[in-house]
Design a protein around this ligand. Structure first.
Ligand code: GGG
Length: 364
């Protein structure tokens, strides 16, 4: 918990920029968050510790993060993360060696991914000046298809070549906690509705358990509208009936795919923010843009910093600073409405120019 010095509440944040554009967008986010802290008149301050983990660390040491990395992170109030993945390291090694190690090691079982439509940003779903679409993907973040359960060289028979098995693991506890989280979140929104996503017609064990738990939990929330939709149909619904969505809860892999679709429909993956939460507060939570390291544009100063900056707003909310989070979100909205945006959303601004424009709109 944060330590108070006088009237200033200081929050200890571990910054892990990691790979590619992760370094650029975390630097961008830190500049905006520090400017906001400065304008808070001493109400809060962020004490940053930057950790140089990621694919370069792997090249030096053979590990994406030190053996005792989780112990190091445990002492912080939150983790501000960039992106993981670089062509010199196999993707499954970098992902499991860092991002998943933190998410699973700290039981950050709820991954909240808002799908936000900004003024001024054109989207395939709506005109630039219409911002009424808005939903949240809640991703189960501890098990399912990411349980790491399986192996290679499994029971090969003649004619099969190698056989690899990758199983999804669903526990009743894991399903129940994420589904309850989705219902609780739905109650805070203007439309109290939860859409549950599975592929339980084809995957008849784990996903049927998910459906059963969903039905049981729904009975505790009679005030919340519900629907159960197969993932293929939900993909179509994202495109064809997005106004019908409020909270969409899905398994680790399915929600990952759906949230990328949602952010592309909102205009760009570069806009999307996320929170990996350990809702019990036993471990630090981690805040990161949804996008990856984007090697194709890394180092050019053109990465969209909005996803990382808005992840900073989610972090402020988590730290008990909802007013600062609102101020930050409003400054991002005004910046985009004024047409200051990177090229992935049709603009010409650099990462730095977007940062300066947001800082200039923080007020205070
Ligand atoms: N900032 C998110 C990030 O770095 N993602 C990289 C990635 O490959 N993610 C896949 C996943 O987490 O499922």
């Amino acid at each position: 918990s944060p330590a108070g010095h006088g009237t200033t509440v200081r929050h200890r944040i571990a910054a892990v920029p990691a790979d590619g554009v992760g370094t650029e967008v975390v630097a961008a986010g830190r500049r905006v968050l520090d400017a906001l802290a400065e304008r808070s008149g001493g109400a809060f301050a962020l004490d940053w510790t930057e950790l140089d983990w990621g694919s370069d660390h792997y090249a030096r040491t053979g590990l994406m993060m030190p053996e005792d990395g989780l112990e190091t992170l445990r002492g912080f109030d939150a983790i501000y993360f960039g992106a993981v993945g670089w062509p010199t390291v196999p993707d499954h090694v970098s992902l499991w060696g860092l991002r998943l190690k933190v998410c699973q090691g700290f039981d950050q079982w709820a991954n909240v991914r808002p799908v936000t439509f900004y003024p001024g940003v054109t989207s395939p779903l709506r005109k630039a000046d219409d911002t009424e679409l808005d939903w949240v993907v809640v991703r189960e973040n501890s098990e399912g298809e990411y349980a790491g359960f399986g192996g290679q060289n499994f029971g090969a028979r003649e004619g099969t070549g190698q056989v690899a098995v990758q199983s999804a693991v669903f526990t009743e506890t894991g399903c129940e906690r994420i589904i309850r989280f989705a219902f609780d979140l739905a109650r805070t929104r203007s439309r109290a509705k939860v859409s549950s996503v599975t592929k339980s017609n084809a995957q008849q064990y784990g996903m049927v358990l998910w459906d059963q738990v969903f039905a049981a939990v729904a009975a505790d929330y009679p005030d919340v509208e519900t629907e159960s939709v197969l993932v293929d149909a939900m993909s179509a619904k994202f495109v064809l009936r997005p106004e019908d969505l409020s909270v969409v809860v899905a398994s680790n892999l399915q929600a990952d795919i759906l949230s990328d679709l949602g952010s592309a429909l909102a205009g760009s993956l570069g806009l999307a923010s996320s929170a990996n939460l350990n809702p019990e507060g036993r471990f630090p939570s981690m805040f990161e843009p949804v996008h990856g390291s984007a090697p194709d544009i890394a180092g050019q100063g053109v990465a969209n910093p909005v996803g990382a900056i808005e992840s900073g707003a989610l972090m402020l909310e988590h730290l008990g600073l909802p007013e600062a989070a609102r101020t930050l979100h409003a400054a991002v909205e005004r910046t985009l409405a004024d047409g200051v945006m990177t090229r992935d959303v049709g603009g010409t601004a650099s990462t730095d120019e977007v940062v300066e424009a947001i800082v200039a709109r923080l007020g205070g």
